[in-house]
Each structure stands twice: as C-alpha cells, then as structure tokens.
Ligand binder design. Structure first.
Ligand code: GDP
Ligand code: MG
Length: 294
C-alpha cells in the first residue's frame, strides 16, 4: 500500500470532547479544552505523520445556537466551513445525550458525500454496556454512517483502534505537510490559546467567554523564551475577577500557562501577563478583526 494522507474534520456540538480527542489522537497537547462549551474558537489543524501515513485532524469550534454576537457567527462559520474540503469526518456525539445542537450538526452532515465515522464519546461515564445499544440504534435511525465507534477520548486503546478505522478511509496520496509540522498554526497562536485555556479553566462560570489573549512579546533569549501577553476583558468588573484577590488568580493563571507552554516549546519560559478592558469587543466585528478573528 502506498502512502496515505488526508484531512479529517472532527465535528460535533460544543463540549462533546472534540479537542480532547484530537490531542489524544496525536499524542500531544495542541488544542485547548475545558468543561466550558465555548473553549475552541478557531479552527486548528493537528498533524500526525507516521512512516506510511499522515493524518491532519481539523479541530473545529462546535456549532453554537443562541445569541447573535459577531463572535458566535465567526465560530459557526469556522465550524461549518470545515465540512467542506476534507477527506473524511469524525462526528462526535456523547453517550445518552442528544440535543438541539447535535441535530444542527446532523443537518450539515446530510449534505456531505465523504466517509463519516460517528464516535460516541464519554462511554467511561456509562456503567452498563447493554444500555449503549439502544443509543446506537437511535443514532442509526438518524444517520447512516460508515462506522459507529463508541469510545472514551481518554482511553489510549480506544484512540489506537480509531486510528486503524481512519486508515480504512484515508486516501492514498503523498503527505500534505512536511513531516516536522505538528500544526498549521504559529507557535505564538498556540501559546495565546494555552493562556486562554487557563483562563477558562480557572475562572468561575460567571465570567463570560468574551475574553481574549494577544501576544505582545515572543523572544528567544539564549535557551529561554520571554513571552508577554495581554488579556482583554469586556468590563472593569471582569478585570478584577481575572486579577483576583491580591493578584492570586492572575498568578495562578500565569503559572499554569507557563507549565503548558514549556511543555509545548520544550524550553524554559518567562511569562508576563497583563489585563486590559476593551469594551464590547465580542460584539464588534472590527474589534474582532483587529484581534485576528477574520
Ligand atoms: P469540545 O468543545 O468538543 O472541544 O470539548 P473538549 O475537548 O473541550 O471537552 C469538553 C469536556 O469534556 C472537558 O472537560 C473534557 O475533559 C471532557 N471529556 C472529553 N472526552 C471525555 C471522555 O471520554 N470522558 C469524559 N468523562 N470526559 C471527557
Ligand atoms: Mg474544542
């Protein structure tokens, strides 16, 4: 068999586990994850090259239903465009759950004619195997997929099996990316996303997701990276939540970020964070564009 390569879009409603699965499939943390539904905002390609194949996973923001803020329409566009121009689709659903947002993803899938693998995620949450079958039957009535595969994204043996399934459908062609590439995004982009992840994970749910990170300095100084980033929030009250009592919260976010960034860059990192109020940014198309959400 010749070399196989292709784009695999990982789609599904918010919070179903797409970014977790992509990280586990490539064996490296690249996509950011949290229990909050709007963590992934940008499309990111995660590339895994082996001796005889290259898988390019396209992690996407989930399709969001609800308010009409510019950021939401940006995310929906990023999500639905990922159904085009890929070689196959992994559609994630969550065991025992079926929501309006899953139905919305299904509408998009009705229009594609490439292989689709449905992955039923989070089966570690289910105590009995025989309860899984009726759920799979319900899915089967809604959509004829090439494969239906129950798994837990955290289970290495499951992700290994999933990789074999993908190889059944991956086209025979030359590699798309050079073998050293692990993502199509810049280091700066990945670093700013890691900081946003720590914000999402550390801050309470009262803080809206309208929070963004801009890298102002990214320098290699000998063997060490010097990085400075600015965190943008919507209101002064949010700024004090991010900074926290005596600066404790910002310190914690900085420490968590530094550890993840050091793992990614494989080098020591000196990280500085600032918080700045930029009013109404998430609803302002121009402000969005200035922050890279084109
Ligand atoms: P995304 O919005 O679809 O990208 O979802 P994330 O990857 O950010 O994951 C959302 C939440 O689900 C996170 O808290 C993950 O830790 C959790 N999660 C993902 N996969 C699994 C799984 O197989 N089992 C369980 N129990 N939780 C999972
Ligand atoms: Mg995600």
């Amino acid at each position: 068999m010749n070399f196989q390569s292709g784009y695999i879009a990982v789609v599904g409603r918010p919070n179903v586990g797409k970014s977790t699965l992509v990280n586990e499939l490539i064996g490296q943390k690249l996509s950011i994850t949290s229990h909050r539904p709007q963590t992934t905002r940008h499309r990111i390609n995660a590339i895994d090259t082996q001796e005889n194949h290259q898988m390019v996973f396209v992690d996407t923001p989930g399709i969001h239903i609800g308010n009409n803020k510019a950021i939401n329409s940006y995310m929906n566009k990023a999500a639905s465009s990922s159904f085009a121009d890929v070689d196959m689709i992994i559609w994630l659903v969550e065991i025992f759950k079926w929501t309006k947002e899953d139905a919305r993803v299904l509408e998009h899938l009705g229009k594609v004619d490439i292989p689709v693998i449905i992955c039923v995620n989070k089966i570690d949450k289910s105590s009995s195997v025989d309860k899984i079958l009726p759920y799979l039957e319900m899915l089967g009535e809604k959509f004829q997929a090439n494969e239906v595969f129950p798994l837990s994204a955290f289970d290495r043996s499951h992700t290994k099996q999933l990789r074999s399934l993908i190889l059944k459908y991956l086209p025979e062609q030359d590699p798309i990316y050079d073998e050293d590439y692990i993502t199509d995004r810049s280091q700066k982009f990945v670093v700013s996303e890691f900081i946003r992840e720590k914000l999402m994970r550390n801050l309470s749910n009262e803080l809206p997701y309208d929070i963004t990170v801009e890298i102002e300095k990214f320098e290699l100084d000998g063997k060490m990276y010097r990085i400075a980033a600015r965190i943008f929030v919507d209101k002064a009250s949010q700024k004090s939540i991010v900074i926290g009592h005596k600066g404790e919260m910002l310190k914690k976010i900085g420490q968590d970020s530094r550890i993840t960034i050091e793992g990614f860059l494989e080098a020591k990192v000196f990280l500085e964070l600032w918080v700045k109020v930029r009013q109404g940014w998430s609803d302002d198309k121009r402000a969005l564009a200035s922050l890279g959400y084109d």
